[in-house]
Design a binder for this molecule. Structure first.
Ligand SMILES: Nc1nc2c(ncn2[C@@H]2O[C@H](COP(=O)(O)OP(=O)(O)OP(=O)(O)O)[C@@H](O)[C@H]2O)c(=O)[nH]1
Ligand SMILES: [Mg+2]
Length: 305
């Protein structure tokens, strides 16, 4: 590496520009190689030439989060240490979406924490669903950007974590950007200036990695922590997988499937299926089973064409 080269996280990208972390700030660079090879979260090799930053390659990825988009597989982000899945009572938590995100995370062995935001609103309809995820050993945090409930806990978490890059995802309008704004206002505002496109819309249109820079982390000399804010994605599906792989990604169904009569049981029409028995006696939640079947059906549907 020469002294005008450095490595950075790729914080965001557009057709023409790469956003990298250089000299303690978000810096706009250009791609010196094919832009379409890159994914947000990449550790990229960069160099400086005539005061311009160029991105010339990326390092090996420890994981890649993918989703299906009209039969195309799209890369969402890579090198993720944890997914914060933000849900709310309004828009109402969608179990199919949540189950797909958890399955995607399981595929890449990325831990998930659920943030139940907008706790200042009536959450009585969401709490029973949240129990299902608690029973899957998923950590649940409750927040509100209006009353600031839970925000301090989240701040403590980010102040102390040894993770280097985490992802915020969830349906549009659940409050991902609002939470990040309360956690790291200045950083978000700086990016707002950089990426201003007019219109003043709050909706996030482009995934962006923010630098979480707190006095505590600086004092403790912790490594840089980046938080990627995704736009609301509703069709976050794992239907690109082999259908036999899917039950393995539903940890509850996978455990139950060990007692099915047939080893290749898909838990749909097979006799002596322990998963369907569990559904009938209430040990397995109906919404989890419905999500599983929904994915299997979409895989079978896709194979028809
Ligand atoms: N009542 C209530 N409203 C909230 C809370 N957090 C965010 N909101 C509101 O919810 C709306 C959507 O918030 P955003 O932060 O833009 O949501 P987002 O998840 O980033 O949405 P996308 O960028 O479209 O994916 C805004 O009007 C916020 O003011 C909260 O804790 N309580
Ligand atoms: Mg947003």
């Amino acid at each position: 590496m020469t002294n005008n080269s450095f490595t950075s996280k790729l914080l965001s990208l557009s057709r023409r520009y790469a956003y990298v972390w250089y000299d303690g700030k978000i810096t706009l660079g250009k791609f010196a190689s094919n832009q379409s090879d890159y994914i947000i979260g990449d550790i990229v090799n960069c160099y400086l030439e005539n005061n311009e930053v160029y991105v010339s390659g990326f390092n090996e990825r420890k994981n890649i989060l993918k989703r299906c988009y009209f039969d195309n597989i799209k890369n969402i982000a890579c090198n993720i240490d944890k997914i914060f899945l933000v849900v709310s009572p309004k828009p109402m938590l969608n179990t199919f979406f949540v189950d797909n995100v958890i399955a995607t995370a399981n595929k890449e062995k990325i831990p998930v924490t659920i943030i139940l935001n907008k706790c200042d609103l009536d959450i009585s309809g969401v709490l029973p669903i949240i129990e299902i995820y608690k029973n899957l050993n998923i950590t649940i945090l409750k927040t509100s950007t209006k009353t600031l409930e839970g925000v301090e806990d989240l701040k403590n978490y980010f102040d102390n974590t040894s993770e280097g890059q985490v992802l915020f995802c969830g349906l549009s309008g659940v409050g991902k950007s609002s939470i990040l704004n309360t956690l790291l206002g200045d950083e978000i505002n700086k990016v707002g200036e950089l990426g201003k496109r007019g219109g003043g819309k709050q909706t996030t249109t482009q995934a962006f990695g923010f630098h979480y820079n707190s006095k505590k982390r600086l004092a403790d000399k912790k490594q840089d922590l980046f938080i990627i804010d995704l736009p609301g994605i509703s069709n976050f599906t794992v239907s690109y997988l082999d259908k036999y792989e899917v039950s393995g990604l539903f940890t509850d169904i996978n455990t139950l499937s060990k007692k099915c009569e047939y080893e290749d049981c898909l838990h749909i029409n097979e006799p002596n299926c322990n998963v369907k028995d569990a559904l009938e006696n209430g040990t397995l939640s109906k919404s989890r089973y419905d999500s599983y079947v929904g994915i299997i059906e979409s895989i079978e549907e896709a194979r028809k064409y």
